[in-house]
Design a protein around this ligand. Structure first.
Ligand code: FES
Ligand code: FES
Length: 156
């Protein structure tokens, strides 16, 4: 019997070593390569996914611990023709460079916005504290997240 969990809305059953990192299972068994394998030690956040609605580094989570859980990756997070507003604003602000950090960044910051739709600059910094970006210097990412509020004010 495998380890059953919900992956992007579908029930899957992983038959393998329960100690296998969730990241490896996502990328190699289910071919979901949006979560990136970078440090493998929980430092960079590139592998962040949602497990039962919480942003977690999937490299540190043994798949045996997600039995019965809801796992969402960047692939199941939005549709190509209906991107999340974070993905739109990052594109609008031309923030993405190599793109390695961005799936994890979106997964972490989307949780911040869910919990706090009007974050301050410091809130955004805290929300992305577990995500390393080696390209942007962070300020452009923060500016883009804050611009979401300007956009929604402009719309209201
Ligand atoms: S690859 Fe998981 S935190 Fe870096
Ligand atoms: S855009 Fe390259 S690591 Fe963030």
């Amino acid at each position: 019997m495998g380890i059953e969990f919900t992956l992007n809305g579908e029930t899957v059953s992983f038959k393998g070593d329960p100690r296998t990192p969730l990241l490896e299972v996502l990328r190699e068994t289910y071919r979901l390569t949006g979560a990136k394998a970078v440090c493998g030690e929980g430092f960079c956040g590139a592998c962040t996914v949602h497990v039962d609605g919480v942003a977690v580094p999937s490299c540190l989570r043994p798949v045996g611990l997600v039995g019965g859980s809801r796992v969402t990756t960047i692939e199941g997070f939005s549709e190509p023709d209906e991107p999340h507003r974070l993905q739109e604003i990052f594109k609008e602000h031309d923030v993405v460079q190599c793109g390695m950090c961005f799936p994890g960044m979106v997964m972490s910051l989307s949780k911040l916005l869910e919990e706090n739709p009007s974050p301050s600059r410091d809130d955004v910094k805290r929300g992305m504290a577990g995500n390393i970006c080696r390209c942007t210097g962070y300020e452009r990412i923060i500016d883009a997240v804050l611009a979401l509020q300007d956009n929604s004010e402009a719309r209201s």
